[in-house]
Ligand binder design. Structure first.
Ligand code: PLP
Length: 238
């Protein structure tokens, strides 16, 4: 491979093609799966290289890192959107709502209250995905459909008017066992199906599932957004 920077656009091309193939293979509509480029631990230059090749959706885990990297990039490229995908501490929400278009890692009621409070202050609508815990290894996410149901019920009563529920997110377990990975994605899809029926006033169609190692399986199981870091930007230096 050439330098990391020159390979990013190439990697995006390759991943996009694999997404297209997976869409075809599973009878999904072409273009129905979005690519979120996970740029955590990679510098602004890497993000800009991706932007140059037409990538506008980026995922970050940490609020501080996103807040340092993205304001300049967004100022010059207003179509760029940041999704926060890492566990979010309550005291980081104030800065999170400033930088984020979407918070994918909504995992508790406390967070709903704080996002509403901070988003109201700056008069900004924040899209949210409910993170469901579906794999043993990851610790984040709501632990049951029932917990998400309660939060949706609360929001549906007009209690958090600055939050826009858009769907669901999960992380599959870190394993080579394809059956376990698939099971995790299926349980997110089932959760979405159940709750969409109960809350028809919301469009809960976004299913954020699949990473570098498992995005093709996720697409077969109904993913509408894959979160790909390593396969685009290379290994992270923690
Ligand atoms: C880091 C991260 C990703 C990207 O993982 P890769 O394996 O590098 O593609 C996706 N989702 C979440 C929640 C992450 O924390």
């Amino acid at each position: 491979m050439a330098s990391e920077v020159t390979s990013i656009s190439e990697n995006i091309k390759v991943i996009s093609e694999k997404i297209r193939q997976a869409e075809l293979k599973s009878g999904r509509k072409a273009g129905s799966v979005k690519l979120l480029a996970v740029s955590k631990f990679h510098p602004s230059d890497a993000v800009l290289e991706a932007v140059k090749s037409g990538q506008f959706l980026f995922g970050e885990n940490r609020v501080q890192e996103a807040s340092e990297k993205f304001p300049d990039i967004i100022e010059k490229n207003p179509e760029v959107k940041v999704h926060l995908i890492g566990q979010l501490q309550t005291n980081k929400v104030k800065n999170a709502v400033k930088i984020a278009d979407t918070i994918q890692s909504l995992d508790r009621m406390d967070l709903v209250l704080e996002i509403e409070k901070q988003a109201a202050k700056i008069d900004k609508m924040i899209s949210v995905l409910f993170e469901l815990h579906t794999g043993e290894e990851s610790k984040s996410g709501f632990s049951s459909v029932e917990e998400i149901r309660q939060v949706l019920d609360y929001i549906s009563k007009g209690n958090a008017p600055h939050l826009v529920p858009k769907g669901f997110m999960t992380m599959a377990p870190f394993t080579d066992d394809e059956n376990l990975i698939r099971k995790s994605f299926v349980s997110l899809r089932e959760c979405a199906k159940t709750l969409q029926k109960e809350f028809p006033a919301f469009d809960l169609s976004e299913l954020s599932m699949g990473m570098s190692g498992d995005f093709e399986i996720a697409i077969e199981e109904g993913s509408t957004m894959v979160r790909v870091g390593t396969a685009i930007f290379g290994e992270r230096q923690y």
